[in-house]
Design a protein around this ligand. Structure first.
Ligand SMILES: C=C(O[C@@H]1C=C(C(=O)O)C=C[C@H]1O)C(=O)O
Length: 376
């Protein structure tokens, strides 16, 4: 289902001339020198679209550096005057919005910890009423697409049409190579539901360490995201926050140079007719996969009826296990990824269980209704 948000195209409110669009700057504004010097080095790379810096930092545990606060807004303004870079900061309260607007900040973003809380988002939205400023909404900490969309709707509802989403990954109990699981499917689902909404990827918070940045940045661009937000510090080794994931401005420039830019627009006739031909093949194959699925479901229905008549349970663990083993081995032989085969089988099995449950309970529901009638 497509969602209608009132959004202005990205190129009407940010300079999309640089490829890729890049918002860079330190995780936190620490001192005036650190911020201004970093900004100059970033501007010198010629690759940066806007300067970011954390002024108020939401920290998980108390007692950590919680941002330099309002004074940093003056430093940010100086950096902007000296480099010409527009500025971007996170706001988490109505008061932050007021102060940022007064200080002439150009772009605001709502952080992941705020997006989870509709009260906070509404407070920010209320403070933005009647203001014409670009706002970006980071995904909520937890993988909940509705919360992300809800926050975008609240900000849009306040009249903000220069709107974008930021994909910064999702918190997960299981430890992996990433600080925040990318769960790319969430960003794809958002793009599918709100195709006009630009999505900026934040490799720094997904990765949590600088080594993984190129991989995530490239993947984001290949998924047709509209830009990147990457943390950059003049000397990451002494950064007060997120030292491991920040890169120097020159390392950032190198990283950007190594990215391969691909176009979303299929463009030329030759390219599009070749793609059309291959897509026709995909259409036919997909149709036959669905026909086979429907055939399988017909057999499942017969099995369901047979089990019902003979008092046999729906779930048959041994048979299910046998299917999992045999089919994943077969999939491997066909060069299909085991995870993919398992997921597909699990989906089919769940649907098979659902269908058989429907068959088993059909009579039951009728019986219960009959019983109610006779007792009435
Ligand atoms: C269809 C059956 O019921 C369930 C569904 C299965 C399937 O869809 O392949 C396999 C085992 C059962 O858990 C069956 O018992 O064969």
């Amino acid at each position: 289902m497509k969602l209608n948000l009132n959004i202005q195209p990205l190129n009407t409110w940010i300079n999309t001339g640089k490829q890729p669009l890049l918002i860079a700057g330190p995780c936190s504004a620490e001192t005036e020198d650190q911020l201004v010097a970093t900004a100059h080095l970033l501007a010198k790379t010629g690759k940066v679209t806007a300067l970011r810096a954390g002024i108020w930092k939401p920290r998980t545990r108390p007692g950590e550096f919680e941002g330099i606060g309002s004074i940093g807004l003056k430093w940010l303004d100086r950096a902007k005057q000296e480099t010409g870079l527009p500025t971007a900061i996170e706001v988490a309260t109505g008061k932050h919005v007021e102060e940022a607007l007064k200080a002439g900040v150009d772009i605001l973003w709502v952080g992941a910890r705020s997006t989870v809380n509709p009260f906070t988002v509404q407070e920010i939205a209320d403070a933005l009423k009647g203001v014409d400023i670009p706002v970006m909404v980071k995904n909520p900490v937890n993988p909940d697409l509705s919360l992300w969309i809800g926050a975008l709707e609240r900000i849009n509802g306040a009249g903000i049409t220069k709107l974008a989403a930021i994909h910064r990954g999702f918190s997960s109990f299981e430890k992996s190579a990433f600080r925040n699981e990318p769960m790319w499917d969430m960003a794809i689902a958002l793009k599918t539901q709100v195709p006009d909404l630009p999505i900026i990827n934040d490799p720094s918070h997904i990765c949590g360490n600088r080594d993984l940045l190129p991989y995530v940045a490239q993947k984001a661009l290949d998924l047709d995201m509209q830009g990147l937000m990457i943390e950059s510090h003049i000397d990451p080794s002494v950064a007060w926050t997120d030292a491991k994931q920040q890169v120097t401005p020159s390392a950032l420039a190198e990283l950007i140079d190594r990215l391969t830019l691909r176009k979303a627009d299929v463009g030329s006739k030759e390219l599009s007719s070749k793609l059309d031909e291959l897509r026709n093949q995909i259409d036919k194959i997909d149709d036959s996969i669905f026909q086979k699925m429907a055939e399988r479901m017909k057999v499942v229905e017969k099995i369901g009826t047979y089990k019902k008549d003979n008092g046999v349970t729906i779930l048959q663990v041994n048979r299910w296990d046998e299917i999992l083993q045999k089919r994943t081995a077969y999939a491997r032989a066909l060069n299909l990824h085991t995870d993919f085969a398992e997921k597909l089988l699990e989906l089919m099995h769940a649907e098979s269980i659902r269908k058989q449950t429907e068959i088993m309970s059909a009579g039951q529901a009728e019986g219960q209704a009959q019983e109610k009638l006779t007792h009435a």
